[in-house]
Design a protein around this ligand. Structure first.
Ligand SMILES: Cc1cc2nc3c(=O)[nH]c(=O)nc-3n(C[C@H](O)[C@H](O)[C@H](O)COP(=O)(O)O)c2cc1C
Length: 222
């Protein structure tokens, strides 16, 4: 297949930064690779730290095998993991075409850098490229509560063209597990890029009882 073939899938850029909830980014990666969507992956140093804290997942600086193993994906999955400081990486240039980028979770540190045009690492640079090329950039922030500076940074980033969202799973899809909540957030990010997915039940789709206690309450009524 030639580079210009319409069948050739453009890569998707995925950034995972050091906010709580790295599982969102990992699940996104797992989903994209499961549909054979090529991914260009950039992990911040803090993301590696959070992976260790939240999942006992120890990933060396340029490691990808550990992540693929954790996600039960084959070693030859179509993912390219870039060194965080490699400004010569493909995703550092606007001439390298991509579908756009999601950063999930996005720390308030990365939010601040993006909102102020800083490019101190490849996550920042790849995101700045998406903004200047008018490609879609979705950031999924995780913090609580928000300070005034962070709120202003969110407005600035939104004005610059990014889609600013929070890792705030809903309940209307009647989640039964933490996985359901993770998939709700990941599914809504996939929606932004028009990836067909059925990771969560959409509004007005069949609902199942919410959590065990409500299920019991419902059955007691009958
Ligand atoms: C276990 C753990 C959880 C963290 N959770 C958050 C968080 O939810 N949101 C956030 O903005 N920062 C969080 N941080 C702090 C960031 O990792 C820190 O600000 C870091 O500088 C972010 O760098 P990065 O944006 O390059 O990943 C957490 C750090 C650790 C170790």
């Amino acid at each position: 297949m030639s580079d210009s073939s319409p069948d050739r899938k453009l890569p998707f850029v995925l950034g995972i930064t050091g906010a709580s909830g790295v599982i969102y980014g990992l699940r996104m990666l797992q989903y994209l690779l499961s549909i054979e969507q090529p991914v260009e992956l950039v992990l911040s140093k803090a993301a590696l730290r959070v992976m260790k804290e939240e999942h006992d997942l120890i990933v060396p600086d340029n490691g990808i095998k550990e992540i693929l193993r954790y996600l039960e994906l084959p070693d030859n999955a179509p993912v390219k993991h870039h060194n965080l400081m490699d400004y010569g990486a493909s995703v550092s240039s606007g001439s390298y075409k991509t579908l756009g980028m999601a950063i999930l979770p996005c720390s308030i540190g990365t939010l601040g850098a993006l909102a102020n045009g800083l490019t101190e690492n490849l996550v920042h640079r790849a995101a700045a490229v998406c903004l200047k090329e008018r490609r879609k950039l979705v950031v999924v922030i995780r913090e609580m509560p928000f300070g005034h500076i962070q709120l202003k940074n969110m407005v600035a980033l939104s004005e610059a063209g990014a889609i600013v969202s929070c890792a705030s799973p809903g309940f209307y899809h009647r989640p039964e597990s933490v996985s359901d909540q993770i998939d709700f957030v990941v599914g809504r990010v996939l929606d932004q890029f028009d990836f067909d997915n059925s990771l969560f039940k959409r509004w007005k789709q069949d609902a199942t009882p919410i959590f065990g206690v409500d299920a019991k309450r419902e059955s007691a009524k009958t």
